[in-house]
Design a protein around this ligand. Sequence first.
Ligand SMILES: [Zn+2]
Ligand SMILES: [Zn+2]
Length: 74
Amino acid sequence: MTELVEPPAPAGAVAPRWCDRCGESVAAGPHLACAEARALEPPRWCGHCRRRMKVQVVPTGWSAVCVEHGEIRG
Ligand SMILES: [Zn+2]
Ligand SMILES: [Zn+2]
């Protein structure tokens, strides 16, 4: 008898629940203005836990750190 075990989803495959610019729920609607702004600006909120991100400007652009989910760069 074979047991079916669901493989854990890879971390990158989990869709963010929170808009990383305005901090509102992604499910609440399309964040078109946010997406546009995010092409130029670093994120302000972690999309996974809605913590405030620690943003630093670096020579290549920016670096945003969530204490829980680590760093993203842009
Ligand atoms: Zn938004
Ligand atoms: Zn986070």
